[in-house]
Write a protein that binds this ligand. Sequence first.
Ligand SMILES: NC(=O)c1ccc[n+]([C@@H]2O[C@H](COP(=O)([O-])OP(=O)(O)OC[C@H]3O[C@@H](n4cnc5c(N)ncnc54)[C@H](O)[C@@H]3O)[C@@H](O)[C@H]2O)c1
Ligand SMILES: CC(C)[C@H](C(=O)O)[C@@H](O)C(=O)O
Ligand SMILES: [Mg+2]
Length: 361
Amino acid sequence: MNKNIAILAGDGIGPEVTAEAVKVLDAIAETFGHQFQYTDALIGAAAINATGNPFPEATEESCKSADAILFGAIGDPKYDNDPNAKVRPEQGLLKMRKNLGLFANVRPVSSYDALLPISPLKEHIIKGTDFVVFRELTGGIYFGEPRGRSEDGNTAFDSCVYSKTEIERISHLAFKAAENRRKKLTLVDKANVLATSRLWRETVKDLSSQYPEVALDFMFVDNAAMKIIQNPKDFDVVLTENMFGDIITDEASVISGSLGLLPSASLGLKSSLFEPIHGSYPQAAGKGIANPIGAILSAAMLLEYAFDLKEECQIIKDAVNSALNIGYGTEDIFPDEGKSTSEVGDFISQSIVNQYKTESV
Ligand SMILES: NC(=O)c1ccc[n+]([C@@H]2O[C@H](COP(=O)([O-])OP(=O)(O)OC[C@H]3O[C@@H](n4cnc5c(N)ncnc54)[C@H](O)[C@@H]3O)[C@@H](O)[C@H]2O)c1
Ligand SMILES: CC(C)[C@H](C(=O)O)[C@@H](O)C(=O)O
Ligand SMILES: [Mg+2]
């Protein structure tokens, strides 16, 4: 298979973790005889520094002409600490999602047996957790108009807006995923307060008749935030709007063991992008301590979702599991014997190549 992948490494630890994901893609290419060509493009603070624009046109073109996009992270304390900055790295991320039509962000959450002891949650509660969050990514309060400040500056406002069409297109994906899993879909909303949430409930309920095998239930987001860590095995597919999905998945990463472990796929009709759910973790930038597994598993999702390479995807997941099972990982998950970001990437990619060599002897 011959494919072009746009690499948007971004800021902070973005370039470090993305480099390890590319190593793993190269190991897969070598093992299976695929050709992956990479095109680097700027985004976030790195793009502002070089061009003044957090999502330059050249980057958008690279994304549109690629077969898939691998994204690291954006964000810089310079902007986090300056609330009045007119141009911000996050604008690049949001513009990219909007302009590429990436409306569905798929965030799988699972526990790892090797990491059960490091979680602050009890082993018997989290062991066997396996659910997936479908987070709407191009609507809601992140994009709604009007937004801004009153003339005197003393009032600020954001708008949460959703249309039926926006709700329907991600809901279909979530229902289909549930059909292929344990056939349970939980819509997480705040329908006791928000008009948008009531539209979500009404729309999802109407659609459910098209998916008779899927059991649909509804949960308010405050309750869900509690239930997800109290009884995570109760969840199969979670469907939710943009901001709730952002928040509950960072929370859910505690079940896996670190925010650095969680991957995601951002899907649209024409493009698909793969990104760890964490940010640029600026405190760790350049130190070689960032966990690259979220980025590596995002590359695995890229192979499955963008190129339909299911076996290759599984091989990466197995290699990650094997590394964790022998205690090989960064200091966020193995504090006493943490390996560096690149050691973990080397180990996982080498184990893929070596396994093939052994099998072909
Ligand atoms: N998709 C993105 O690009 C994205 C996502 C979230 C935050 N951000 C941006 O990142 C910057 C920092 O934000 P933040 O500190 O709230 O979130 P963050 O995700 O960068 O880090 C939060 C905490 O999670 C842990 N963590 C995150 N990634 C890790 C990794 N790979 N390995 C080990 N531990 C990891 C660390 O304990 C860290 O302190 C901000 O500018 C924010 O806007 C970007
Ligand atoms: C940086 C921020 C805009 C972004 C979001 O809220 O979507 C991030 O938290 C994420 O999860 O990708
Ligand atoms: Mg987030």
